[in-house]
Design a protein. Structure first.
Length: 254
């Protein structure tokens, strides 16, 4: 009943020319696939041209970050309304933003609220570091990030959020979580926390993506798990055949 959702997080990669070539390559292939939502999340400068290319295609566009304030003296920042002009999605609280740019759960909560208020679907990232994982703190960390990220948001609104579980140790390492490991966190930590916070109906409606070294080979196995509702793909989203294969694997989920 949850439609799978696969998004490509391009991070800080591609030139303008390369970004248009990649979307031109993806478009006809992704349009052949049904039963799955998909989106690309390029760097800010390419959102305008790619939104023109994607218009009417059914393929979504997402930003990788945004500020929570509506406007003002925030040099270098991008406001929710600006993102909403071009995008349906925004990635919020990615572990790279938490680690390198000092984003806290409180800031991420403000951003999630601002996205919802502006009609943008937030993809809110949670996940433990290697040290936290080895110390047996995965459940505590992921549950806290989920709770604080959604704090003060009523269930009817919160159920529009997409959660991406991205264990930091699996990002860009080629060492994905096993499907069993990811399923356990999705079901026993994220969805259980959502249930406590928002109630059964909203918890069942919310899509939980897995992210961290997802590729064309391991995607089908991950998507076979009942609580893995898609993926947030980094490296493999930069190559059209790989991203298409991952979206196909999500469509075949059943
Ligand atoms: P990789 O797929 O490159 O491991 O990156 C995952 C990620 O951080 C997506 O947001």
């Amino acid at each position: 009943m949850r439609k799978p959702f696969v998004a490509g997080n391009w991070k800080m990669n591609k030139t303008g020319e390369e970004s248009r070539l990649l979307v031109a390559e993806l478009l006809p292939e992704l349009q052949k696939i049904s039963g799955v939502d998909c989106a690309v999340c390029p760097p800010f400068p390419y959102l305008v041209s790619l939104s023109n290319m994607l218009a009417g295609s059914g393929i979504g566009l997402g930003a990788q970050n945004m500020h929570w304030e509506a406007s003002g003296a925030y040099t270098g920042e991008v406001a929710p309304k600006m993102v909403a002009e071009f995008c349906q999605y925004v990635i919020l609280g990615h572990s790279e933003r938490r680690a390198y740019f000092g984003e806290t759960d409180e800031m991420i909560n403000k951003k999630v609220k601002a996205a919802l208020a502006n009609g943008i679907t937030p993809i809110m990232c949670v996940g433990e570091t290697l040290a936290e994982n080895e110390a047996g703190r995965t459940a505590e960390v992921v549950s806290r990030q989920t709770r604080l990220g959604l704090e003060g948001i009523p269930a009817g609104e919160a159920q529009k959020v997409v959660i991406a579980y991205e264990p930091v140790w699996a990002i860009g390492t080629g060492r994905a979580a096993t499907s069993e490991q990811a399923q356990a966190v999705h079901a026993n930590v994220v969805r259980t926390t959502l249930k406590e916070l928002l109630g059964e109906a909203a918890a069942q409606a919310i899509r939980i993506q897995y992210g961290g070294s997802v590729n064309a080979k391991n995607a089908a196995e991950l998507f076979a798990m009942p609580d893995i509702d898609g993926a947030l793909v980094g490296g493999a989203s930069l190559k059209a055949p790989d991203f298409v294969a991952i979206v196909q694997a999500a469509a075949a989920r059943g």
